[in-house]
Design a protein around this ligand. Structure first.
Ligand code: ZN
Length: 205
């Protein structure tokens, strides 16, 4: 892409580094900013720089936070004895959107994946174990991706919890709502059968 200005080109290259943004979209964004007043563009760039510089991570659950503890950990109306273990912040946002969970979270920051060089030590696992040992946690819910890495992570953590009295569960795995049974893969179908629910419970939820 041939651009008439190096300044323009530099800005386009920065936008094009964002996920899902190609050079053409980046150019459209930059040209849009170019049409705005200088103060608006300054405010835009300062907001992003401030977010990066000042954002904190919750000392308890590793969620994004404005203070030492995130809004979920600081909320006494939530069940602080229940932890939902997730891979990343996007998972917290997805579960919060359902409005079906009133406990707390623990963000691992990834899942165990030896092929990608990610072992237990790179994840927030020791802080999770510490929470379970010190916070009288009643239930731990694993909400990890249903794949080999997710299962490995659950297995690893669960082995470390054998002497703790808390209930350990995992989110159900099965046919997606609106999905066609005949198109489900064998593993999903097999797990759906193994994890079948009494109809009364299914209708209630
Ligand atoms: Zn928190």
């Amino acid at each position: 892409m041939q651009l008439p200005s190096l300044l323009l080109e530099n800005a386009v290259n920065e936008f094009a580094k964002l996920p899902g943004i190609g050079k053409k979209t980046a150019l459209r964004m930059v040209l849009h900013l170019l049409k705005q007043d200088t103060e608006i563009v300054t405010h835009f760039s300062e907001t992003i720089a401030k977010m990066r510089k000042e954002v904190k991570f919750c000392r308890r659950c590793h969620n994004i936070s404005d203070g030492d503890f995130c809004a979920i950990c600081a909320n006494s109306a939530r069940n602080q004895q229940m932890i939902c273990v997730v891979e990343n912040l996007r998972d917290v946002i997805a579960i919060e959107s359902t409005q079906q969970f009133n406990g707390t979270y623990h963000i691992l920051g990834g899942i165990i994946s030896p092929l990608d060089g990610i072992g237990p030590d790179q994840l927030n696992i020791s802080s999770l174990i510490h929470r379970i040992e010190t916070e009288s946690i009643s239930e731990l819910i694993f909400a990890l991706s249903p794949n080999i890495q997710g299962d490995t992570t659950i297995y690893y953590i669960q082995k470390k919890l054998q002497n703790t009295p808390c209930t350990v569960t995992t989110i159900a795995r099965g046919i997606a709502f609106g999905g066609e049974l005949e198109y489900a893969d064998e593993m999903t179908l097999a797990r759906s059968l193994a994890n079948r629910l009494p109809v009364q419970q299914y209708v209630k939820s």
